[in-house]
Design a protein. Sequence first.
Length: 74
Amino acid sequence: MHSARISIWFFIGVLLVIYGVLILGSGLYELVSPPERTVVLGELHAPVWWGVLLLLIGAVYVRNYAPGKGSLDK
């Protein structure tokens, strides 16, 4: 019987991609429609940078640990 195993790192990558999309979306919305009250260092647009970073890291995890890729064969 064949045992299909999926690495936990694949699911972590999927979560990072989802969080990256959400944070990047909120950061882009702040660029288009700035809030009434600004925060300290708000001009750095941290949600945009963090969203992109999470998307990239998540994409690497999803690509490296995708099911059926043979990453768990040892």
